[in-house]
Design a protein around this ligand. Structure first.
Ligand SMILES: [Zn+2]
Length: 451
């Protein structure tokens, strides 16, 4: 090889300087907030299973805005829902866009690819700008021994007494505790990293909002577990903006919280302290916030959530989905005539297919089959009886949370009815959309974001 002259060396040195300057610029662009898509402080996840209610849902956010609360609408639909219904993610964006245009919404909004993984994310790529990376299935998969050791060695600050501002007495851990949590969650966090990088490659860094969800698993994560998980997520380089842990108690679909409310309140407050601490300690995005999954209809803890968020000046993402589809059924039942007949048919078919409908939702429903009325009984119900049994008014004696949960997971039956279902929803648009808006605004937004 010919030795380089001084001039050539100087040139390649300059080239290197220029190159590293550009890579620094690129790095800075990616990490600077003005170029990163960031979710606002308060957001509401909304599910529109049959792509009929985006306008009615957006109306609830407009009402919030009129009362001074900015609640960012996020339309979410999981791969599971798309598969059950036979719909495509592009339909979620299309109906949201139509509603945005029609109602003249000028504020922020997003489309969430809900509960996706490496195998399912592809068809969501173009239509979504929010990705809920689901790693629940990898939780508990043993991590590599050397990974656990490297993590614990790196994070000696997590061992012993951990001072977390806002948590009285901080947290107390041993090396074995951190090893146990790392062993349980590291594989899941690595998986989240792989999914994140796959999406980043397709969409570009900073062009989407990443969330990690761990809610659909067996055991809740304590605040100290959350801190260890956040440290691992930061190590993995995933700039999450929302995280959905599994909280203590039961978050069953479409019905109220079941559990110790004061314990939930303490844990929720501690989680907010942990998040604030982790943002500073591990350099996670400064708008990182909790995401409450299966968040609809949890009336007994909304007060605790509202107080905690206010106290800590924290943000919140509340994810709801099937509560909207239940309002469609309630609207049909209330409309009477063919609507009521269809609502009864759907219940009867759901009862016949109960095992198949419940299986994908096993960790998030609790149905006591002995408390479900038979199809014969329901076939004689009036509109009022049907609505009373299904509508989420706990003070109503006829309210039946078991029937409500079964219908919540029973949307596949409505999908199978095809045009008969969609036609009746459209024919009864006035009554249905009023129910959808009222449910989201009065029972949800007002309780959490407005009081
Ligand atoms: Zn979820």
């Amino acid at each position: 090889m010919i030795p380089k002259t001084h001039f050539q060396l100087q040139n390649s040195w300059n080239e290197m300087l220029v190159l590293s300057f550009y890579s620094w610029l690129r790095w800075r662009d990616n990490s600077m907030s003005q170029n990163t898509l960031k979710i606002g402080k308060f957001s509401l996840g909304m599910g529109d299973r049959f792509a009929q209610e985006a306008e009615a849902q957006l109306q609830a956010c407009i009402m919030a805005a009129e009362r001074g609360a900015e609640v960012v609408p996020v339309w979410n639909k999981s791969n599971r829902e798309h598969t059950i219904i036979g719909s495509e993610p592009t339909s979620v964006r299309a109906s949201a866009e139509a509603a945005i245009k029609k109602l003249g919404w000028k504020n922020e909004w997003h489309i969430d690819a809900d509960h996706i993984g490496l195998k399912t994310v592809d068809r969501f790529m173009a239509a979504s700008d929010f990705f809920t990376i689901d790693v629940a299935d990898s939780i508990g998969k043993a991590a590599k021994l050397e990974d656990v050791k490297a993590f614990v060695d790196k994070h000696s600050e997590l061992i012993g007494r951990v001072e977390i501002p806002g948590i009285e007495g901080g947290a107390q851990t041993t090396r074995a505790d951190v090893e146990r949590v790392a062993n349980k969650f590291l594989a899941a966090v690595h998986e989240a990293g792989a999914i994140y990088r796959y999406i980043e490659k397709a969409k570009g860094a900073g062009k989407f909002i990443p969330e990690i969800s761990m809610d659909e698993t067996d055991l809740p994560q304590a605040p100290i577990d959350l801190l260890i998980i956040l440290a691992a997520i930061a190590d993995e380089g995933v700039p999450i903006q929302t995280i959905a842990p599994k909280f203590t108690g039961r978050f069953n679909k479409g019905v109220d919280y079941v559990g110790d409310i004061s314990q939930f309140e303490k844990e929720f407050n501690d989680d907010l302290c942990v998040i604030k601490f982790a943002i500073q300690k591990y350099g996670l995005p400064d708008n990182l916030k909790l995401s409450v999954h299966s968040g609809s209809d949890k009336f007994s803890i909304y007060g605790a959530i509202r107080r905690a968020v206010k106290k800590h000046g924290a943000g919140l993402h509340l994810k709801t989905a099937g509560t909207t589809w239940l309002e469609e059924i309630i609207g049909l039942a209330e409309a009477g005539g063919e609507g009521l007949v269809l609502a009864k048919d759907i219940y009867s078919d759901a009862l016949d297919h109960i095992d198949e409908l419940c299986a994908p939702y096993a960790t998030v429903i609790d149905i006591d089959r002995a408390k479900l009325p038979t199809s014969a009984v329901v076939s004689h119900w009036t509109s009022e009886q049907y609505v009373n049994a299904l509508q989420h008014e706990q003070s109503c004696k006829e309210f039946n949370p078991h029937l409500r949960q079964l219908l919540h997971v029973g949307f596949k039956i409505a999908a199978k009815k095809g045009e008969r279902y969609l036609g009746l929803i459209r024919a009864n648009h006035a009554v249905v959309s009023k129910k959808v808006t009222g449910n989201l605004f009065d029972r949800h937004i007002k309780q959490i974001f407005l009081s």
